[in-house]
Design a protein around this ligand. Structure first.
Ligand code: GLN
Length: 249
């Protein structure tokens, strides 16, 4: 099967090699006999309905975010329609912030978001930096951990009743106070975790691929497990670093 990924603003939002997440999706799809076609979506892009199974946007500093926020906001209605029709989405850090309604950046400027996620972000004076460990339950009853690295000044506040991606075991998370990290709406995941995220959390890569396939076929496949020894070792190292760091903000 050919899975089509729309990679939003790859030249601007690619901090900490967030592009590595795409490499993981490509390889894990290939191991399952699927092909990933990655299309860059930049300024002036338009989305043909149903053309993308998965969208991806990486992180960036305030400066890069300010450069692309108006263009991303222009694509907002098409992205919201695509997600409404079942496309999956992974957004990291700066990209995550712009999936909310707005981001008030460090210089006090208001950047428009696309309003796909029920949240807003306001920059604080202290950066929240370091390894993070979360506990997630994307499928009821199936608890898993996510390990990554965060570096953000933005404090993200979820709307009342919004679903976070996970509970913070170690690290700051959305705002350093709530104990929650990221946001999830159906097949859309927003998170502050870089690292890159997917190489050390292969279960999330598989979850995203399964959601992208479900957009095509109507059903999320149950993949055969892969021998993820290296990936598990990376996850372990990252988790231990987060736990050694201890506590929260
Ligand atoms: N500019 C945002 C912040 O500092 C996002 C940074 C990032 O993507 N690492 O909050």
């Amino acid at each position: 099967m050919r899975i089509t990924v729309g990679h939003l603003f790859p030249d601007y939002l690619n901090i900490y090699a967030d592009r590595g997440n795409i490499a993981v999706l490509e390889q894990r799809a290939r191991w399952r006999g699927h092909e990933l076609e990655v299309r860059a979506l930049g300024g002036g892009a338009s989305l043909a309905p149903g053309a993308h199974d998965l969208f991806y946007v990486g992180g960036g500093q305030d400066r890069e975010q300010a450069l692309i926020a108006p263009e991303l906001a222009r694509l907002g209605p098409e992205l919201i329609a695509a997600v409404g029709a079942g496309a999956a989405f992974l957004a990291v850090c700066g990209g995550y912030q712009l999936l909310g309604r707005r981001y008030l950046d460090q210089s006090g400027d208001e950047l428009p978001g696309i309003g796909l996620l029920p949240l807003e972000t306001v920059a604080g004076s202290r950066r929240m930096i370091g390894d993070v460990l979360l506990e997630c339950e994307l499928q009821p009853g199936v608890r898993r951990t996510l390990a990554g690295f965060e570096n953000h000044a933005g404090r993200t506040l979820l709307d009342e009743g919004a679903e976070p991606l996970g509970r913070v075991i170690a690290g700051f998370g959305n705002d350093g106070e709530s104990g929650y990290e990221g946001c999830r709406v159906g097949r859309v995941i927003g998170t502050y975790l870089h690292g890159p995220l997917l190489p050390r959390n292969p279960w999330l890569a598989d979850w995203l691929l399964a959601q992208a396939i479900a957009h095509k076929t109507g059903e999320a496949p149950a993949f055969e497990p892969l021998p993820d020894h290296l990936e598990q070792a990376a996850h372990e190292v990252s988790s231990q670093r987060a736990e050694a760091r201890g506590g929260r903000y």
